[in-house]
Design a protein. Structure first.
Ligand code: NI
Length: 172
């Protein structure tokens, strides 16, 4: 396994609408394993394939950050089929270092996805897990958490993103 470089804003791959996974092979399993290792090393609670430069509908989520193996979720072609309630809480993103803000998300969701063998499953998630999953699914559609901000928060984050983009230009 390997730790992959995480793509940072404004990398264009973060704005791509990712393709559905159609081939469930060793390449997919290796990518997922590397994404899990990369997420745990970061450390983070979720990582989506475009964040490591791959435009596929694949995300990994682990709200225990490696503490509890049972908490790991690998989501292939995930789709939210039920949303209930809403809750506002703080989010950050490994692709937006240094930026956090409050985002509205559903309090509970039901998800349809496939595992790494292509087998379909359903998952009910609440609160923090639901939030993490919604955040990662957004990535698969090229959406960043900052896109959800409105009003003064939007203005503030616009300045932060501009600064981050300028730093990335210097880094390259
Ligand atoms: Ni993110």
């Amino acid at each position: 396994m390997a730790i992959l470089p995480i793509r940072i804003y404004p990398d264009p791959v973060l704005r791509v609408k990712c393709r559905r996974v159609e081939t469930f092979d060793d390449g997919l399993r290796k990518l997922a394993a590397n994404m899990v290792e990369t997420m745990h090393a970061a450390p983070g609670v979720g990582l989506a394939a475009p964040q490591v430069g791959v435009d596929l509908r694949l995300a990994v989520v682990d709200v225990s950050v490696g503490e509890d193996p049972a908490a790991l979720r690998v989501l292939v072609n995930p789709e939210v089929v039920r949303r209930e309630g809403s809750e506002t809480d703080t989010e950050g993103c490994l692709s937006l270092p240094g930026i956090t803000d409050k985002v509205d998300r559903p309090l509970a969701i039901t998800l349809k996805a496939q595992n790494l063998k292509g087998e379909p499953f359903e998952l009910d998630a609440e609160e923090y897990l639901a939030r993490a999953i919604c955040h990662e699914i957004d990535h698969l559609d090229g959406i960043l958490f900052t896109d959800h901000l409105r009003g003064l928060r939007k203005e503030r984050v616009r300045r932060q993103l501009k600064k981050l983009a300028a730093e990335q230009e210097v880094a390259v």
